[in-house]
Each structure stands twice: as C-alpha cells, then as structure tokens.
Ligand binder design. Sequence first.
Ligand SMILES: [Zn+2]
Length: 269
Amino acid sequence: MSGRWIEVADGVHARRYAELDLTVGLVVGAERCLVVDTRGDLEQGAELAAAVRELTSLPWSVVFTHAHFDHTWGTERFTPCAVWAHEGCRAELTEYAEDARANWIAYYREQGKAETADAIARTTFVVPDHLFTDRTELDLGGRAAVLLHPGRAHTDHDVVVHVPDAGVLFAGDIVENAEHGFSAFSFSSESDLTAWPDTLDTLLALEPRVIVPGHGEPVDADFVRYHRHGLHELIALKAGVGRGETTEAAAVAASRYPGDVTLAALKTP
Ligand SMILES: [Zn+2]
C-alpha cells in the first residue's frame, strides 16, 4: 500500500500510489517545503508525512489542488501548518465533507476494503486556513512555488502548483493520466467541460517541462495538447446530443474515450 517517489526535477518530487492511481507532490526549497495534496484518510496521510520526512526535515506547508477526499483528507498528521487552497475549496470541505464521508465509507465497505472505510470514519477534516482566489506565490527559500487558479475545469476551485525554476507543474485533476487519459472520475456535476480547454491553455502558456497529474504518471505538454483536442471533441458531442442531432450511443461510438468516460462527460452540467 506504500507509495513510490519520482524526482521529476531537483528537489521536486511526485509520489505515486496504487490506491486510486493517485499522485501527490513535494516541492523542497532551501528553508521550507510544500506538500501538494495529502491522500484520502488519516492513515494514508500519516504514511505520506513519514515519506516526506525521509526526504527532508524542513518545515512544511500544504496546498490542496481541490476538495475531493483523496486529495485532502490525509492532512491531520501535517498540522499545525499553513494549509493553502482556493476559497471555493474551503466552502466545499465545510459544506459537503460529512455527506461525502458517509458515501465513501459505504463505497469502501462495498468494495470489501473495511480498513480504508474505518480509517475514513476516524479521520478529522482539516479546513484550509490560507485562502486565495487567483494567484499567490510562496517563498520556499531560494525557490518560488506559484499557486494558481487557472479557471474552471474538474471543479470550480482547481488549483495548480507551478515551480518555475524547475519547469514543473502539479495540475491536480485538471490533467489525468488514466489508461485513456481522462477517467470517468474526471467529469462530474462539479465539472465545467466548456471552460476546461481554455484552462489547459493557461497551463500550457506556463511552458512546463513536466506536468504531474492528480492521477497517473507524470506527462508532458504534448499529452495535455492531445487531451485538449479530446475535450473539444467531447464538447461538440455533448452539444450534438443536446440539440438532438445525435444520440448518446452514437456519441460514445464517435468518441476517442471509452464509453464510461464519454458518458460522464456528456452528463456534466
Ligand atoms: Zn478530483
């Protein structure tokens, strides 16, 4: 169940997990470090905290790419520390976390993963206390980490972490590297399919050398461009279904993505 570090640039690390194919991050400066997402429950977060301590003993702060449980519920072990997020993330965690907890406990019990369900039940949610709306910059000591809300996409409060001197961008779930790129989890009632390609353009304009997705292995800009085209196709298919010019089944057949992914995209608001 433990993870695997990938050093994507000097002092910039991605950590990969089999569970949910999750990817979190660590940016190490000369004086401080920044943990990008904390996994999904108190035990997973404790594992991550110990793994960070194998790489650095510097004081840490945390940033959430978005409110979803697998990115935020492992924070307990990291506090007290600054926890950064978009202001919309705080509202999401405050208003919906208890409902989401019940749903995920039920999900993991159904999957026969009682230990994960129990860990989620025992988890204390940490609400972010350092909020911003568009952009803020953290000084890690000789290295900046830029926190940016590049626009609506996977949620209305997505945050990416740009490390300009390393050419690395942590993209959260705006970019996913599942088997076919996006997964059925990429698109939900919180997603904005229409805005998503422009949001990817904002990321590409940063000219990152490495993009670390919220799920899957790190990717490059060409991968992001390919799925930007894919999003335009999904937007056109959704519009065609909306106008009654085509059926969902025909849209699924025409899509570059698997049926479950395409259907999830068609169901976005
Ligand atoms: Zn998510």
